[in-house]
Design a protein around this ligand. Sequence first.
Ligand SMILES: [Fe+2]
Length: 262
Amino acid sequence: MTDSVRRVVQITDTHLFADPARELKGIATDAALRAVLAAARDDLTAADLVLLTGDLAHDERDETYQRLRALVAEYVPVDVPLRAIPGNHDDPALIAARFGAATVANLGGWVCVPLDSHLPGQVEGRLSVVELARLDDALRQACGRSVLIAVHHHPVDVGSLWMDGIALTNHEDLFVIIRNHGNVRAIINGHIHQEFEGERDGVRVYGTPSTNVQFRARSDQPLFAELEPGYRRLRLYPDGRIETEVVRVGGVVRNLDLDGGY
Ligand SMILES: [Fe+2]
């Protein structure tokens, strides 16, 4: 099985509330997630790994994570590995309690390393010394295999002034380790609520739409976009190649409330 293609699905920024009817900027995040999961059912069933990349609960309440776990279980078969990492809106301890530790996932000729960039009380992200050491160790052990990193905060500028001000603050530390090992092929992130593709040091960087509200790309202000929610699917090939695309999902009721902050 080590020479076969591996399939990964990324679901991100679900922003659920304890109350399933509650809306975020005019979108019922519960119903929106359900629509995305339903549209992704075939991909989820065939997946070798499903990644939930942060901002999973908007209210950081345990009952919200419990509801999310149950909702995801309706669409992701029990034998499909799942990793959940925290975003700025999350409680890392509650995520670990409900989803388990986000350990390294082995995918044949590939390895996925999920990282925690949550910085308590802050919107921007940071990789702790412990997390950087964990990455360094994982990349050493993955010698000879290709690596996919998953992290909530974006590690490269996306061309949006306000968003790039709340990115992964110590991205230099991350790329020092990446350059030392030379086996990381791609990084996928959440946080930006928009589709993005970039590159740094030969590493592809992919951002993915939220399952609910979308931000306008390349805007210097926090403006919302009239774009459909979505998810990302990736196919990882034994030779280190990646094929990936964002899948947009129609039919989600969006009464975008453009007043007030995010
Ligand atoms: Fe978010």
